[in-house]
Design a protein around this ligand. Structure first.
Ligand code: LLP
Length: 856
């Protein structure tokens, strides 16, 4: 066997977070071993753990022990899920305890931080090696720090030297041979290395890709495979541009540009090592290993002239420096850049004029804070007038030979002509062209620019060597047909729209079908429906009839439930308010429903209200999850729940008040599609439960997501399997869940007639009777709802339109860049997935009436 026989496989956080995923890893490794290769697996920390470690580092010293216990409990629970003894992870637990006692902890010394962060990967790699070996795929455990050594770069600040550094690797047949003798399958950690003094250092966020690339180069591997959650690199961020095409083949430089300018699939630093070692790098989808993915090697550069991708980076800060008479003044730039060096800031783009130099600072490469920017500006002010501009976004077109394509970019340039462009920069390697604009307009621009590039044939999407299928077509959601009940009911819906004007229409059969799917998840003992998602009485009654309890967050919701479901006993009603006034707790307790407290204040100041009551505590297990920042209800910035460190206090206060704590509750966000999320919450909540002697149940919240375009359906079988594994450990407590969206989202549509059509500056606006007053989600969360012209179902989509409402706000946009048949006044437009958080969030802005609701 030659050294080329190594294959390096890298798996990120989600790919190492469940037993099912580890089984996939085992299969992939085994297949390569069967082909005669040696395999090195590089892993990240279990999903969310690096953030938890960060939380621990940032916490006050007295809170760290509790956070450490959470992490330990989480990994022990995972060990059990993997069928392993908890002793497998003991070495990591000991290291953590020692680090908490270290004298460096008080000052959060960088080397200490690096040691703490490293624990995440040490944990996951130990668990993985033990699991695969137990499954019969014998895997050795390798400490990455024995092989990868970091080299400090000149001008690197202390932070970067310890927490975001790079490695230098030379191919070493001797090491390849030595590792092969140790075993043909080894597991090691991403993200960590050692420095020349032997200390642990980190390769920066996303550094596991870099580790894999360095190992690939070191071993002279046949290839490095980065296994992730997407099918490869795309011609734009598919979440913003569903029409984005898979990039089949890139050369190292193009991939470097795309990764550097925004694509999150691959960490930009990982390309250097594979390019230097001439090791091909593949990006593959863990959930669909059969897909071809993206291949990056030295040979992709000879194809046709084409823009390959349009990428964007948010959070860019510009520093504009104005000085009279700097023109050709010797040393001016040297002075200016000297200050950036002093403050450890690396400059990305540069634009210069006679009296002005403007540079950009990239947030991913810099530890930008208000403080160090201010200090920089104070220094710069000695030699020039300084202005900081931000937050900005840098939008970059990437393609080899960019200068030869400029003449075909007229439509793209026209698009930018409408916006305030702060800086334009064409890279000297002829690979990119970047525009810096205000951050808030960037994401809306992307789909338009992408379309212009295809239309002008600057992006050669017809060349099958370069471009693969679109994101949309790769991720056809299998639920789509069931969710499209409204196609069958077209005639009836058209009639409703004609007679009633704008209306929400709900299909009860869809609600019942979703409910049955959930009821089949056997580890859950009780289901509650979060009525905030849609409180139409017919829906509440249908769900109550199927055995669902109801979850309320205000006394007005409680009264509504009591009015429309008078038979429902108090034991099947939850009251889970947040920052509600005292009176609401009093009324809820008096009505005999189950009350959840999510802060210390009520117990501390209103103890008398809780005397003799049975209550639950809501815990913030942070970080939050969900489809948008605004719906994540965990972590430091979130107003919900008690910090785990305050639970003991809450327990004592409740005891003082004479209340029993019978439930623990956690809900970390809404619109979650990761099937393992709830098992994680369950295990974490259960680990906190032991000290509550009266505990009877755990409520792991709602948040079950419904796939939008380009997303895959939530795999309920996996949800159930994860819960079942945790339940085995804690059979003595009942398990509750309280979804809202999942039950009703696809069951509701919003109908509204076209009012006017307008063409302006090349954009076609289709106006409809209902806007952000009726459906707030697109304006508030950039939510993407499917939109069809119900009057013209089945006709070819010939127009690209922006669908807008009648409200006097520029945010009154229901959908951008939608393809549909040409619309005429009076056509009925249907907005799908509007059953959850649609009518309930409607408002009377501009004195427009609330929208009617009709149940089929
Ligand atoms: N339990 C609690 C404590 C909650 O706060 C929520 C939702 C749920 C359960 C139900 O979550 P679901 O299963 O529906 O994801 N307006 C946003 C969603 C806000 C969710 C608020 N809390 C949206 O339209 O996406």
């Amino acid at each position: 066997m030659s050294a080329a026989d190594w294959i390096v496989l890298k798996f990120g956080g989600t790919s190492v977070s469940t037993r099912a995923r580890w089984s996939t890893i085992g299969e992939l490794a085994q297949a390569r071993l069967n082909d005669g290769h040696c395999v090195l697996i590089v892993v990240s920390a279990v999903s969310g753990v690096t953030d938890q470690l960060k939380g621990l580092i940032e916490a006050e010293a007295e809170h760290r022990a509790a956070l450490a216990e959470q992490l330990i409990a989480r990994h022990r629970a995972f060990a059990v899920e993997l069928g392993l003894q908890a002793s497998v992870v003991e070495p990591v637990e000991q290291a953590l305890h020692a680090l908490l006692k270290s004298p460096h902890a008080a000052v959060r010394a960088y080397p200490w931080q690096a040691e703490i962060f490293a624990l995440g990967e040490l944990w996951s790699s130990r668990l993985g090696a033990a699991f695969l070996t137990a499954e019969g795929v014998t895997a050795g455990w390798l400490d990455a720090r024995t092989q990868l050594s970091a080299q400090a770069l000149p001008n690197q600040g202390a932070w970067a030297r310890h927490l975001s550094t790079s490695c230098q690797v030379q191919p070493s047949p001797a090491i390849a041979q030595q590792l092969r003798e140790a075993g043909s399958l080894q597991i090691t950690q991403g993200f960590i290395a050692r420095n020349l003094s032997g200390e642990t250092v980190l390769l920066g966020r996303g550094g596991s890709d870099t580790s894999a690339a360095c190992f690939g180069a070191l071993l002279g591997a046949q290839r490095v495979e980065i296994w992730t959650d997407v099918p490869g690199m795309f011609s734009a961020n598919p979440r913003r541009v569903p029409e984005a095409r898979l990039l089949r083949h890139l050369d190292y430089d193009e991939a470097q540009e795309i990764a550097t300018t925004g694509a999150k699939v691959l960490h930009p630093r990982c390309l250097g090592p594979v390019r230097d070692g001439a090791v091909p790098l593949w990006i593959k989808d863990t959930q669909r290993p059969e897909l071809e993915g993206t291949c990056i090697d030295a040979g992709g550069g000879n194809g046709p002239l084409s823009v390959k991708a349009i990428s964007h980076r948010m959070g860019v800060t510009l520093v504009s420096m104005e000085s009279i008479g700097m023109w050709q003044q010797v040393g001016f730039l040297a002075d200016v850049f000297g200050y950036f060096r002093q403050h450890g800031l690396s400059v990305d783009l540069i634009g210069s004029a006679e009296t002005n130099v403007t540079v950009s600072l990239d947030p991913s490469e810099n530890l930008l804070s208000a403080d160090n920017l201010e200090a920089l500006c104070a220094d710069l002010a000695r030699v020039c007038r300084v202005k900081v501009i931000g937050p900005c976004a840098a939008i970059t077109l990437v393609g080899r030979g960019m200068r030869r394509m400029l003449h075909r970019l007229s439509e793209v340039l026209a698009e930018f002509g409408e916006q305030r462009v702060h800086l334009v920069s064409q890279s000297s390697n002829n690979l990119n062209l970047t525009f810096v604009v205000d951050e808030d307009i960037a994401e809306a621009l992307l789909p338009r620019l992408h379309e212009h590039l295809i239309r002008a044939r600057v992006m050669a999407v017809d060349d099958a060597r370069l471009f693969g299928p679109s994101w949309e077509s790769l991720s056809q959601a299998p639920v789509a047909t069931a969710a499209r009940w409204w196609e069958r009911d077209q005639a009836r819906l058209l009639e409703i729209a004609a007679s009633q004007g704008p209306a929400y229409v709900y299909d009860l059969a869809s609600v019942r079908a979703q409910a049955q799917r959930l009821l089949a998840i056997s580890p859950v003992d009780r289901w509650f429906y979060a009525i905030k998602a849609n409180d139409h009485p017919a829906l509440l009654q249908a769900l109550a009839a199927l055995g669902f309890g109801l979850e309320c967050v205000s006394t007005a919701e409680l009264a509504w439930v009591q009015q429309h479901c008078p038979e429902l006993p108090g034991s099947r009603i939850l009251f889970t308010p947040n920052f509600a006034p005292r009176l609401e707790y009093r009324q809820a307790l008096a009505s005999g429903v189950m009350v959840t407290v999510d802060g210390l204040h009520p117990l501390q100041h209103w103890g008398a209200e809780f005397e003799g009551a049975q209550i639950a505590l809501r815990v913030d297990l942070g970080p939050g999850r969900g489809h948008h920042d605004k719906v994540r209800t965990g972590g430091q910035a979130s107003k919900f729940g008690l910090a785990p460190a305050d639970l003991e206090r809450a327990r004592l206060l409740a005891a003082d008040a004479g209340a029993k704590i019978v439930g623990l509750h956690a809900h970390l966000g809404s619109g979650i599609l990761d099937p393992q999320h709830w098992a994680e919450v369950y295990a974490q909540l259960a680990a906190l439960g032991e000290r509550f002697v009266d505990l009877r149940w755990l409520d792991i919240g709602g948040g079950l997501g419904v796939p939008g375009s380009g997303e895959r359906e939530l795999d309920l079988a996996q949800v159930a399997a994860g819960l079942a594994r945790v339940k085995q450990l804690y059979p003595h407590w009942d398990l509750h869940m309280e979804p809202g969206r999942y039950l009703v989202a696809d069951a509701g549509v919003l109908l509204a007639r076209v009012t006017q059509v307008k063409d302006k500056h090349g954009v076609r606006f289709v106006g409809i009777e209902a806007g952000m007053n009726a459906l707030l989600r697109p304006a508030l969360y950039d939510a993407v709802h499917p939109i069809v012209n119900l009057s013209r179902l089945g006709q070819p989509a010939t127009d690209t339109v922006t669908v807008v409402g009648p409200i006097c706000e520029s945010g009154d946009v229901l959908g951008r860049e939608r393809r549909m048949p040409a619309a005429a006044e009076g056509d009925v437009i249907l907005i799908a997935q509007a059953g959850a958080y649609g009518a309930v969030m409607g408002n009377r802005y501009n004195r427009r009436p609330l929208i009617a609701e009709v149940v089929l």
